[in-house]
Ligand binder design. Sequence first.
Ligand code: PEP
Ligand code: MN
Length: 352
Amino acid sequence: MTEFAPLFADLSTEPLYIAGPCSAESSDQVLLAARDISAAGIPIFRAGVWKPRTKPGSFEGRGAEALEWLREAKQRYNLRVITEVATPEHLEEVLKYGLDGVWIGARTTTNPFATQQIADALRGVDTAVIVKNPVIPDVDLWIGAIERIYNSGVRRLAAVHRGFGTQQTSPYRNAPHWSVPIELHRRVPELCILCDPSHIGGRRELVAQLSQQALDIGFNGLMIECHPTPDVALSDAMQQITPDALRELLQRLKLHRTPVSRDALSEYRLHIDTIDSRIIELLAERMNIVRAIGEYKQAHGMAVVQQDRYNELLLAAEARAEASNLPSKFVHQIFRAIHEESVRQQIELQQE
Ligand code: PEP
Ligand code: MN
């Protein structure tokens, strides 16, 4: 896949910004959001009309009725308007209303049958298509979905990194495995790759820092969820930001005048940085538990250091190290340091 075209020929400057509410909820909400997003200088408006929700009974979108509101927003505020499609029928409706493009959501990208059906329906259609990453960090599945669309003749194509589902306690709703979009870029260098910090973060406090991180890594643009009154949004309320917050975020973003170089060395380094930040997150998570144990020991009049437990912990770490081909002495040293800090924190608690 080498012959890509910009999503929109007159919008080829970078970064490319897309913003809008998670869902189109009412005509007023759509038009208000569109007005403010257009005023913030953002050329592409997003809003979901059919919402893939984890639990039945949640708000599942207004359906085709909302396409009329999107068409109105497009005309009134001179925006390009895109929405999510999960079936050929959705696509047919969207085209009927003359919208400018579609995105394929993470759950759909995960399913090759569903993606192929949409790809077949796209044959001979001139529209912009954005493919979100699948919910699992499988670069081949993501590339496969993009290839299905490409093979239907679509050239106005982009990918969006929206993070990957995680079972672990993580500060993110969908953990950003940056190495996956980096690998996508290595394998399909001409493809425009955007980042969706809203679905990665899941919390509005994280959106600005994730946006900056994405531009630092070299993503070609951002898709951000923005709602006139996020707290009462019918879906993804916690991660949506107001138009004011969006304007501020854009003003503060540091843009790179020259694209960040992405040679092999810098990609390895970026991968290392991602792993290091995960190590630090895990250490912080461990220390939270250490403090909870400290409180338990205090409440039950127990001593901070339990020698048997300490020995067990070191032996278990050494055994795991050997199984993973790591020198056990090295792992022993690390766990001694971790244990030392844990003890220090528990003693501090006892003294409070
Ligand atoms: C969305 O963009 O609102 C959405 C449902 O995204 P994802 O498919 O990434 O979960
Ligand atoms: Mn959403």
